[in-house]
Design a protein around this ligand. Structure first.
Ligand code: 7PJ
Length: 274
C-alpha cells in the first residue's frame, strides 16, 4: 500500500512515523537571536534525524476545552514554519488544521499533506484539497473540541466511526481526490470515553480491513494516563506500547511526540512481524 502526498510517495509496507510539531505563540520572542520560526525548524530537523517519515505542524490546539485560535493567528504561526522547513527537509510536511484558508496557505507554502480532525467537513475544505495533490488524513470526532468530552455516546463506536470515515472517503473520491491520497483515523480521545477508546484499539482490525491506510494518534493521550496513572509528561512507555499494538493491528501511520523511541520500537515489530 502506498500513500500519495504531493511530490512524495510513502511506502506503507512499513508503518510510517508522523512526528508532532506544535507551533506555539510568539509570546516570548523579544527580537533576540532565535525567532519562534527558527526554534520550530530546529525542532523539526531533530524529528527528521530521529527517523520521522512525516512532520505534522499544528498551530491550534484541538485538545479538550482548548481555546480556539483566530484564522490570522493560526496562519502567522504555521506558514513561516512551513516555508522555512520545505527547503530544509525532504519528507512530507503535514498541516494539522480544519480551516480551509489555512490548508490553502499551507499547501502554497510547501505542505504535502492535510491532517483534518474534522475530516474536511468545513465549507470549501474538500474543494481546497481536491484542487491540490496533497495527502489527506480524515479523522473522526464526535462533537467539537469545546464539548466533545462532556458525554460521548455511541450505540456501536467501532461501526459508527467506520461508517463515518467511509462516508467522508466517498465524498472525497467523488470530488476527485484519488483514493491513494487518503488516510483514515478513528480520532482517539475526540468525543470518546475510556471504554470507547479501548474498543477502538481492540477492534482496530475492523478499520484496517477497510482498504484505506489507517493513522493512529494515541501519543501521550489521556486514555494512556487513565491506564497508567501517569501525567502527560510521563506517558512515553505507554505511548510506545500503544504504537506497537496499533502497528501489529495494521495501522500504517503513527502520530507521535516521541519519534526516536517509536521508530526503535517499530524496528522490533518489523523484524519479528515480517
Ligand atoms: C490527533 C490529531 C489524532 C490526527 C491531535 C493530541 C491532540 N490528528 N491531532 N489524529 N490528535 N489525525 O495530540 O493529543 O489523534 S491533537
Amino acid at each position: 500500500m502506498k500513500l500519495h502526498c504531493g511530490q512524495f510517495t510513502l511506502d506503507l509496507a512499513r508503518p510510517q512515523v508522523m512526528g508532532i510539531l506544535n507551533v506555539t505563540p510568539d509570546s516570548f520572542s523579544d527580537g533576540g537571536q532565535y525567532t519562534q520560526t527558527d526554534l520550530a525548524v530546529a525542532q523539526a530537523v531533530k524529528l527528521v534525524e530521529a527517523g520521522a517519515d512525516v512532520i505534522d505542524i499544528g498551530g491550534e490546539s484541538t485538545r479538550p476545552n482548548a481555546d480556539p485560535v483566530s484564522l490570522q493567528e493560526e496562519l502567522d504561526r504555521v506558514v513561516p514554519v512551513i516555508e522555512a522547513l520545505a527547503s530544509e527537509i525532504n519528507i512530507p510536511i503535514s498541516i494539522d488544521t480544519y480551516k480551509p484558508a489555512v490548508m490553502r496557505a499551507a499547501i502554497a507554502a510547501g505542505a504535502s499533506m492535510v491532517n483534518d480532525v474534522k475530516a474536511l467537513q468545513e465549507a470549501d475544505a474538500v474543494a481546497v484539497v481536491a484542487q491540490s495533490d496533497v495527502g489527506i488524513c480524515l479523522m473522526h470526532m464526535q462533537g467539537t473540541p469545546q464539548t466533545m468530552q462532556n458525554d460521548p455516546y455511541y450505540e456501536d463506536v467501532v461501526q459508527e466511526v467506520a461508517d463515518f470515515l467511509l462516508a467522508r472517503a466517498a465524498v472525497c473520491e467523488q470530488a476527485g481526490i484519488a483514493r491513494e491520497r487518503l488516510l483514515l483515523d478513528p480520532g482517539f480521545g475526540f468525543g470518546k470515553t475510556r471504554a470507547h477508546n479501548i474498543a477502538l484499539i481492540q477492534q482496530l482490525n475492523t478499520l484496517t480491513a477497510l482498504d484505506y491506510p489507517v493513522l493512529v494518534g494515541l501519543s501521550r493521550k489521556s486514555v494512556l494516563g487513565q491506564m497508567t496513572g501517569n501525567d502527560v509528561d510521563a506517558r512515553l512507555y505507554a505511548s510506545v506500547s500503544a504504537a506497537v499494538i496499533a502497528a501489529l493491528k495494521g495501522a500504517k501511520m503513527l502520530r507521535v511526540h516521541d519519534v526516536k523511541a517509536t521508530v526503535e520500537a517499530l524496528k522490533v515489530v518489523a523484524a519479528i512481524d515480517a
